[in-house]
Design a protein around this ligand. Structure first.
Ligand code: ATP
Length: 307
């Protein structure tokens, strides 16, 4: 079953085209990352799905059906920082949230346990760290035990410890059977948490699919020697790689996934009189892929092919 299917979605704000015909689907059980830089249309997309905004054109389905209120009741959301009362504790704040949502009154202890706030549930909200505040917001989205969670930038503003806590929580929720759709501009975040990704740029969908498929069609082998120019010349004679190029202090070779054979490469260099002082396989990271796809290059992230 598909949790969400989006077809040809457009959104215009006056002359601004925030979404330009987006189509993808989110399978049940996925952690689906909507990834893109600021202004690429992520929040607009989530707003349409949650009926906060109207699409200018296109359609979408929830649970393979035309969306209705009862579908959205199966979706817990964290779209913006929720307004918790600073002078109330977690239990009191969630009681109010449950009353407003009309669901989850009996879930409060359970959801506070899930987000590991049980020990501090009677402390005032004003005494919470940012990470705890965000976990309380996620607890609120869990009221009523929805099957699907939609989070907009769930780690925004958190320190590294808070980011790891939310990341672990998202994985735990997914293991417990929740499908999670999350917008993020943090490539690393998506790579570490998501099973699927849709990459947006300026309202256009650049690519989407399983993270493993999007990321790793290729293995990159880094090779280093005392004389990099000579190494480069020698490796251009080596059979197997699709590209050989200099990148920073190493020569890099692109191989189709799983084809690289380090022992054979090492032997080849040795036979040509070159002793390697560095040899390793590096998976293409989502970051490298993202910059490749969006054609943006910063800090030499995009290597220049020579062959
Ligand atoms: P961010 O990560 O900065 O939140 P985003 O990827 O979520 O960005 P959106 O907030 O959906 O992107 O914005 C997409 C485009 O639509 C941007 O150019 C933005 O300026 C524009 N936009 C968003 N909301 C409005 C609005 N209410 N009125 C006019 N333009 C808007």
């Amino acid at each position: 079953m598909s949790i969400l299917t989006v077809e040809g979605l457009h959104k215009n704000y006056g002359p601004i085209q925030a979404l330009k015909g987006i189509s993808f689907s989110v399978p049940k059980g996925a952690v689906f990352g909507i990834l893109g830089p600021n202004g690429s249309g992520k929040t607009t997309l989530l707003g349409i799905i949650m009926d906060v905004l109207k699409a200018s054109a296109g359609t979408y389905k929830l649970f393979d059906e035309i969306p209705a209120a009862h579908h959205r009741r199966q979706i817990g959301t964290l779209l913006e920082t929720p307004n918790f009362y600073h002078y109330l504790n977690a239990v009191e704040n969630l009681s109010i949230a449950a009353a407003i949502k009309g669901r989850g009154e009996n879930d409060i202890d359970q959801v506070l346990h899930t987000v590991s706030l049980d020990q501090r549930k009677l402390s005032r909200f004003s005494t919470y760290s940012l990470g705890m505040k965000q976990r309380l917001a996620i607890a609120s989205s869990l009221l009523g035990d929805p099957d699907v969670l939609v989070f907009d930038e769930p780690t925004n503003g958190l320190d590294p410890v808070g980011i790891v806590e939310i990341r672990e929580l998202i994985k735990k929720l997914n293991k417990a059977g929740k499908t999670i759709i999350m917008a993020s501009h943090l490539l690393d975040e998506v790579e570490k948490v998501c099973t699927h990704v849709a990459i947006l740029q300026k309202g256009t969908l650049i690519t989407h699919g399983h993270v493993d498929e999007i990321l790793v069609h290729e293995d990159i082998v880094e090779a280093g020697a005392e004389d990099p120019a000579r190494l480069l010349a020698v490796l251009q004679e080596y059979n197997g790689p699709t590209k050989v190029y200099s990148h920073e202090q190493y020569v890099e070779l692109l191989f189709p996934k799983g084809v690289a054979n380090l022992a054979s490469l090492n032997r080849f260099c040795f036979e040509k009189g070159i002793t390697l002082n560095h040899l390793r396989v590096r998976k293409k990271s989502l970051e490298a892929k993202f910059f490749e796809l969006t054609n943006a290059s910063t800090n030499n992230r995009t290597p220049q092919p020579i062959k």
